[in-house]
Design a binder for this molecule. Structure first.
Ligand code: FPP
Length: 258
């Protein structure tokens, strides 16, 4: 197709770049990286472009970061694409953001399949456009047996709502005798969350200089390393991800021990 963006094939291949990847791989690569992709609006504003231009650029960044995460051997990449609070934005912006998974998958799914990537999503389906759900369901179905990078979109996701729903289901299951409330452990409770079959994030990155969590995976990030950068999401490059991983590798994770 004319002018089709195929970032996967165009990734930088300088020896310096490859050396950096090899050096990172010599140490522990975080198995699950979760990212709060923030700053699309400010990226657009700086260029006097409409906010949706920032979101479009943000989608291109998703392609770049997915490709490099796969090359690095990251097992799970969770991307916070739309929160349950994002409905407060103007309808035209909401509609545009919610059309992005379809745009992304319509150009990128063949490459995801070729690279053995598995696509999933967490979040609430209520309110999402039919076409977005169809595109996601198709991608989930077509990649369900892939064993490479697990690319997980958080779409219409909110952690407090997720926890409340989990509590309701625990209560229901205890009423029907499916679980004994005294046997409720952290592990059992985790299995009631949308991330039931996903390991907890080792590294949480938030772009754009905001130092907050914004209702993202509150339970799951209890022991994650947090990394905040001033870089706006559309400018977040492979090199920025390398820096985040290097910082992760230099931290000592003690999980409450000594
Ligand atoms: C936050 O930046 C960003 C969002 C709410 C949308 C994020 C969506 C993407 C990056 C694209 C997703 C792509 C796929 C394929 C699902 P903001 O708009 O709040 O930025 P601002 O704080 O600078 O205004």
């Amino acid at each position: 197709m004319f002018n089709k963006i195929r970032l996967w094939k165009k990734k930088p291949v300088s020896s310096n770049f490859q050396d950096r990847i090899s050096a990172l791989k010599m140490r522990q690569i975080p198995e699950h990286v979760a990212i709060i992709m923030d700053g699309n609006g400010r990226w657009a504003k700086k260029r006097t472009l409409p906010r949706i231009a920032g979101h479009h650029e943000g989608m291109k960044c998703v392609k770049r970061i997915t490709a490099i995460a796969n090359d690095l051997g990251i097992k799970v990449l969770t991307l916070y694409a739309f929160s349950t609070e994002n409905w407060k934005r103007p309808k035209s912006e909401v509609d545009y953001i919610l059309s992005l998974p379809e745009q992304f998958l319509s150009t990128f799914l063949p490459e995801l399949i070729e690279k053995n990537v598995r696509v999933t999503a967490i979040g609430y389906t209520e309110g999402l456009p039919e076409s977005t759900l169809n595109a996601l369901n198709r991608a989930v179905e077509q990649t369900k047996h892939n064993t490479g990078l697990h690319l997980n979109f958080a779409l219409n996701y909110g952690s407090r709502a997720e926890i409340i729903d989990a509590v309701k289901n625990v209560v229901k299951d205890s009423q029907t005798g499916k679980i004994e409330i005294d046997n409720l452990t952290e592990e059992v409770f985790s299995s009631y969350l949308m991330t039931e079959d996903i390991i907890e994030p080792d590294l949480l990155i938030r772009t754009s200089g905001e130092i907050r969590i914004s209702n993202f995976m509150l339970w799951q990030i209890a022991y994650s390393e947090l990394y905040f950068t001033n870089v706006l999401w559309p400018d977040f490059s492979e090199l920025h991800l390398f820096e985040a991983i290097e910082e992760f590798q230099n931290r000592q994770r003690r999980f409450g021990g000594v």
